[in-house]
Write a protein that binds this ligand. Structure first.
Ligand SMILES: [Zn+2]
Length: 184
């Protein structure tokens, strides 16, 4: 790889899924996932799931952890994580080293976008909009089954809105392994 201009985000979690090490732009990752308490210094020792929004998102991460630990295989998937006016397509890789799990997240493509990029991921008022934690498509109205790309959000939601995080059907299909590891 000759892509050196984008920093790669790396972090590890221990056997209890607590974050043990971070290298790279953690804050942007957490913000785009609805995370709170974003300073990397506050993150070490805390469960990774503290920084993920939505029960289904947390479930999928736990399932991925179980899968890589048990199978010894690497998981790689693409997702979207915009920053400011940049649309970013990312590649995540997850791999177990014993009970430790190593995450590596790298930007594949970055493109300048005009508004609407200014999504307030932490807004606490307004109608609910479900956002897919992986591709950032949104479902509105929630539970309507109508998922659209993030670029269209202000065409469909004119009022202020708050995001609740989940997974869209297309992304769920990528995580079929999780069905083999049901979580209580
Ligand atoms: Zn999705």
């Amino acid at each position: 790889m000759s892509e050196t201009k984008y920093p790669t985000l790396r972090y590890t979690v221990d056997s209890r899924d607590r974050i043990t090490w971070i290298d790279g732009p953690w804050d942007e990752f957490a913000a785009a996932n609805g995370g709170r308490n974003l300073l990397a210094g506050d993150v070490i020792g805390r469960p990774l799931t503290d920084f993920l929004s939505g029960a289904e998102t947390k479930h999928i991460y736990r399932s991925m952890h179980a899968y890589v630990r048990e199978s010894g295989k690497k998981i790689a998937f693409d997702y979207r994580c915009d920053g400011g006016r940049r649309r970013r397509e990312m590649r995540m890789e997850i791999e177990a080293d014993g009970e430790t799990i190593r995450y590596s997240s790298q930007i594949l493509r970055e493109t300048e976008i005009s508004p609407p990029a200014a999504i307030d991921y932490t807004a606490k008022s307004g109608v609910f909009v479900m956002m897919c934690s992986w591709c950032k498509s949104f479902e509105f109205p929630v539970r309507s089954g109508c998922w659209r790309s993030l670029e269209l959000i202000y065409s469909f939601v004119s009022d202020s809105f708050q995001l609740t995080h989940g997974i869209c059907p297309a992304c769920r299909d990528k995580f079929v392994f999780s069905k083999r590891h049901p979580e209580k």
